[in-house]
Design a protein around this ligand. Sequence first.
Ligand code: GAP
Length: 443
Amino acid sequence: MTESNETVRMDDVVSLCARRGFIWQSSEIYGGINGFWDYGPLGVELKNNLKALWWQKVVRERDDVEGLDSSIIAHPRTWEASGHVEHFSDPLVDCRACKKRMRADQLDDAGACPARQGTSEHDWTPARNFNLMLKTFVGAQEDAAATAFLRAETCQSIFLDAKRVRESARQKIPFGIAQIGKAFRNEINPRNFTFRSREFEQAEMEFFIHPSEREKWFEHWLAERVEFHRALGFGDDRLRVRPHRPDELAHYANAAADIEFRFPFGWQEIEGVHDRGDWDLRRHGEYSGKELAITDELTKERYVPMVIETSVGVDRTCLALLCNAYAEEKLDDGETRTVLRLPLAVAPVKAAVLPLAKKIGEPAQEIARELRRSFNVFYDEAGNIGRRYRRQDEVGTPFCITYDFDSETDGKVTVRERDSMAQERIPVEGLRAHLQDRLEKAR
Ligand code: GAP
């Protein structure tokens, strides 16, 4: 068997995603809407599994991080205080000839100008700032007073709620607040499938610390987050950390590092770890007039906590998982199989139950029902067994369980493992515990 993942092309991943119901463009029947994506039956399972893993690692396994689910629309002053109204923009240019609109720092992707005679070069206007926040109106009026923003990052409400969370959860510095949710950015050029979208999900954690401990916690969280991505199966050749140069730091950041994944279109950020200092709490304190400083109970020192942030894109990490997992293998019999080698914890379907023939479907359905008590199971009795295996390989199902005519007498089924394709006979009684054990061990 020979395997190739090095040559994964985005086209293959995009086509698999649409064909098998992971991800496709939103509003397809109207021709699609640029920068918006729908996650189908398998996509939503993949995404939910990833979010559950993150929540488990960042919130549940720690006693110093609390969870939050805030509203998407916050008081508009939030975005003035955060600096987004003033600073959250990209440089925009238009081609005077063909009207193409591009981010000024991405002109290499513009292609030739179709509208200029004798030259293929675009005729760009000077760059002007374009604010990336999506606006809406709240209430019956559509005027400036009713303008609100769809959040550009999930973390701002964490700062607004920090005092209430700390007091209600009886936390002390250092502690963190985590949230997963949608964010919106009116990206000038959404591209590379879901990589740069206009609506996407972030999983963010803001860790509030004493000013003397910034370096320590920055290093701690960077190491934790790299470890998380390693556990998703991203090896050294696919994962790297890139500290930001001072001139590329966001308006709120004192220090930052990107965790990057090597996609088929190159190295790109999937997560940012930021030292936000006291920027957010100080500004929200100023703009709201509320006191957000705290007093240390022991030393009586009064200070505004500093913040170390971890911010991962859920969609980008799903895309990284899909690119990392996609492989085409030449089998010994000359056939090629497409296989998604997804880590067991995020695989959308954990097991497929496949009776060898329809007439022994009933006991096989009973097995599926029993397994569904513990995990997501797919049942399929149509078509030849080889094709059914291939269909499951293609969507990353780790185990295929075949119920055959021998099962009727020996009470065993064949469990076929996705990656090695090795098969073993396992008693039906105890099958759920057997699979659960293997899924647990792989965590
Ligand atoms: N609160 C900090 C913050 O939002 P960011 O680097 O702008 O920092 C964090 O975004 C993460 O959100 C990125 O690493 C990326 O994974 C994801 N993200 C940002 N913009 C995105 C977009 N347009 N489409 C998809 N994911 C995006």
